[in-house]
Every structure is written in structure tokens, then in C-alpha cells.
Design a protein around this ligand. Structure first.
Ligand SMILES: [Zn+2]
Length: 439
């Protein structure tokens, strides 16, 4: 039986000193969690503060290739998207596996033990199909296994090029053709071929109401069949304008009328919402995934995190475009952006931010048994230095407001130690990233 001794651990009620945990190696779950206990011989010692595994609820792995390459002009979201399309057009299953393996290894170094991959890079350039129609999805699954984290593959339906500002529909352009299936039934047939594994689960996604007609949404809800259903919602004011012109309602209203809102639904971004949208999301039980470092990088705006939280909408976090990979920074961004928007401090307690990073995130990805250090939960652990230049002197309950991804020193994920002394078992992740991005 594997056992760990934590100098301090974040248990369901907050940080507690001297916690010994044992793991049932067959089921990969915590067999015992005992506070106030001395280390025993054979325990692996985890110094600092040990958190449950972090969940990155919204990832597009291939966007990692854009980091540090999109800042040389006064580019908007839409010019950034053009650069992203250029990267998308160059990937095949092998190069995607290499890039995603390196990108996921970076996530693991930052303490992420479960990632929600919002996957729409389905087909060969220009359209058509690979011999295995899910070759790109399987590349992502292999990458997650190699990097040592759990995966929820959110297979996104993508059917058209977009909406015009006056309500018309845009055809797929050359790059977008590889995102698209022939129609929603062809999408559903392909998704039906995807199977869960021990370390990966399958969910679905509506790319957005820009890329998916409202009439197709009920078929996607049926295909979800209770599994996670994620959708980009109201990231940019232009999207609201276009959806209003096409359907006479906000994206949240149109999704609600299409039956897409429920407890398994996650609205990603939800930056530009009306008060009615917030009430609708709260009534439906849907959650919201905030991606603060992406939303500020793309100048999307500041989402209504405080109002959503007050309405009881579960909040989670995503690295989205991987311009920053640091769940502490995402969590802090939620509180700090709310301070800038309101002129007041203190909207989210440290425990609320940790819940976004851990238990709530895992629930949103369809892993409700993960994200907590308690008996029966999956045995993921993230040990964070409390003596670094950033964290020295911080109170444990406020560490989330001081720590960075670089303070993660040990990660236990999907059944093993994958990071020790801040080194990933795959070796130098910077080199892996450089080699994968260079082409
Ligand atoms: Zn996204």
C-alpha cells in the first residue's frame, strides 16, 4: 500500500498539519486520511502544503504553439484567431501527439491532474477523414497518458464558418473545413465511436452558436446523454450581436430554449452576460468556466464572476489558449479582475478559489470522485513549496493568493508520482515543447 506523509494538506475543510494518507493501489483511491499523525517508515514525505489535484477545465492544447508569438501588432481577438488557424492547418496526428504531450506535461508540472480538452481539430486539412476518424482524438488521449494526467475529451461539433453581424451564415473557410463533420448526425456517429478508458472520459461540446446552428443543438444534447456538455458562450460582444441578429436572443437564451442548459453543462467564458442570463444559468444548474489569463490576453473583457457566484453558479477555471499555464494565476485572476471591476477587495475566500481549482473543476469534467483529499477519492496530490521566494511567510489559507505554478514540487497523478523535485518523469519539458513547436 502506497503512503504519503504531508507536512500540511488541504482537506475538505481547509489546511491541516501532519496528514498521513494511504492509497488503495488497486482502486487508486485514498484508503485513509489521518490528521495529526507522525510519518511512518515507508511514507513518501511531501513538504509544504499538499492540495488535491487541479483540474484545467478548458484547454486547446495546440494553442500552446502560439505563446509569445501574437503580440507584435495591435491584434484583436479576430486577428489572433487567424494566427491560431495557421497553426491548426499544419498539424497531423503524429505532430499533434508530440505537441499535446509536451503541452500536457507543462500542465502536470503546474499541478494539473485532469484536463478538459475542448477538441475540434478533427479531420485532415481541407476536410475528409483519417482512416481512423478519431485519429486526432486518440492522439490527445495518448498524449494525456504519456504526460500522466486524466483527460476528459470534449468532442466539439463545428458545422459552419460563423454568423455575420446582420444575421446571415458564413460558409466554412479552408482551415475550418478540418473542424467540421458533414452534419450533426455525422458528428454524433463519430463521437459514438469514442470510448472511455481508465484514465480518460468522453464528453461533448457545442463549439459555439457561431459555429453550430441552434437547430442542431438538441441532437448534441441527446448525444451527451448526461455526460459533460461544454460550450463557448458570450466571449466577445460581437458574438452576442451576431446571435441576437440570427435568433433574436442572447446565446444563453438560445441555448436554454434548445435544451442545452443543465447540471452537466459548462458555459465557457460567459464574459458578456445579461442579468437574465445569470438567472437562467443559476436556475438550470449549469456551471461557468472562467479563463482569466486568456480573457485578458484576448481583450475579451471581465466576466461577472461575483454575480455568478452570488447566484450560486458553480465556477471553474481553464487555461484555454495556454498563453499562461498556472491555475494559481487563473484563480487569483478571478478575484483580482473582480476587484478592478468593482473597486472593492475580498470577493472570493481562499477556500472558494481552491474549490474552483479542484473539486468543482473535476465535477465539471465528469470526475466527481476526484479533487478532494478524503477517503474514497482518486489519489491525486499536488505538493506546493511554502518556502519559496513567492510563498515564504504566506498563511496556508491564503497561499493560493501568493503561489505560482513554479512552486509545485511533487505531483501524484493517475496512480503515480509524475513530478518530483519539480521535474517531470518525461524529462526537460521545455525541450519537449521547443521540439514540438519548432516545425
Ligand atoms: Zn476555448
Amino acid at each position: 500500500m502506497t503512503s504519503y506523509w504531508c507536512a500540511s494538506a488541504w482537506l475538505p475543510d481547509g489546511p491541516v498539519d501532519s496528514v498521513r494518507v494511504t492509497v488503495d493501489d488497486v482502486s487508486g483511491t485514498f484508503a485513509s486520511v489521518t490528521a495529526g499523525q507522525a510519518a511512518q517508515s515507508g511514507d513518501e514525505r511531501l513538504d509544504g502544503l499538499v492540495f488535491p489535484g487541479f483540474a484545467d477545465v478548458h484547454s486547446h492544447a495546440f494553442h500552446r504553439a502560439l505563446r509569445g508569438r501574437t503580440h507584435d501588432a495591435t491584434g484583436s481577438f479576430w486577428t489572433w484567431r487567424d494566427q491560431m488557424y495557421r497553426v491548426a492547418s499544419g498539424l497531423d496526428p503524429d505532430s499533434y501527439r508530440r505537441l499535446a504531450t509536451a503541452a500536457y506535461a507543462e500542465l502536470v508540472l503546474a499541478g494539473v491532474t485532469c484536463v478538459g480538452e475542448f477538441h475540434y481539430l478533427h479531420h485532415p486539412p481541407g476536410g475528409g477523414r483519417y482512416d481512423d476518424p478519431n485519429a486526432m482524438a486518440h492522439a490527445l488521449r495518448d498524449a494525456a497518458d504519456a504526460a500522466g494526467l486524466r483527460l476528459t475529451l470534449l468532442d466539439a461539433c463545428y458545422l459552419r464558418g460563423g454568423l455575420s453581424n446582420v444575421g446571415g451564415t458564413l460558409p466554412l473557410d479552408e482551415v475550418q473545413r478540418r473542424f467540421a463533420d458533414a452534419d450533426v448526425d455525422a458528428w454524433a456517429d463519430r463521437v459514438a465511436l469514442l470510448r472511455p478508458t481508465v484514465t480518460s472520459r468522453v464528453g461533448v461540446a457545442v463549439h459555439s452558436l457561431r459555429a453550430v446552428p441552434a437547430e442542431a443543438v438538441p441532437r448534441i444534447v441527446a448525444a451527451a446523454d448526461g455526460r459533460p456538455l461544454h460550450v463557448h458562450v458570450s466571449e466577445q460582444p460581437a458574438e452576442n450581436l451576431q446571435v441576437q441578429a440570427a435568433y433574436g436572443g442572447t446565446p444563453v437564451e438560445v441555448l436554454g430554449a434548445s435544451g442545452a442548459l443543465g447540471p452537466a453543462t459548462v458555459a465557457v467564458h460567459a464574459t458578456h452576460l445579461t442579468e437574465g442570463d445569470i438567472a437562467t444559468l443559476a436556475r438550470s444548474g449549469a456551471g461557468v468556466c472562467l479563463c482569466p489569463t486568456t480573457e485578458r490576453d484576448l481583450a475579451d473583457g471581465i466576466g461577472p464572476a461575483g454575480a455568478l457566484h452570488a447566484a450560486g453558479v458553480p465556477l471553474t477555471l481553464g487555461s484555454d489558449q495556454h498563453a499562461v499555464v498556472d491555475l494559481f494565476e487563473e484563480a487569483r485572476g478571478v478575484e483580482m479582475h473582480e476587484r478592478l471591476a468593482t473597486g472593492r477587495r475580498g470577493h472570493f475566500a481562499g477556500s472558494s478559489l481552491v474549490a474552483m481549482m479542484t473539486a468543482a473543476g473535476h465535477r465539471a469534467l465528469g470526475w466527481p470522485e476526484a479533487g478532494r483529499v478524503e477517503v474514497g477519492a482518486l489519489d491525486d496530490l499536488v505538493a506546493v513549496r511554502t518556502d519559496s521566494v513567492r510563498t515564504a511567510g504566506a498563511r496556508p489559507d491564503q497561499l493560493v493568493l501568493a503561489a505560482a505554478a513554479a512552486d509545485v514540487h511533487t505531483v501524484v497523478s493517475a496512480g503515480g508520482v509524475v513530478v518530483r523535485d519539480s521535474r517531470h518523469v518525461l524529462g526537460d519539458v521545455g525541450r519537449l515543447l521547443a521540439a514540438a513547436i519548432a516545425p
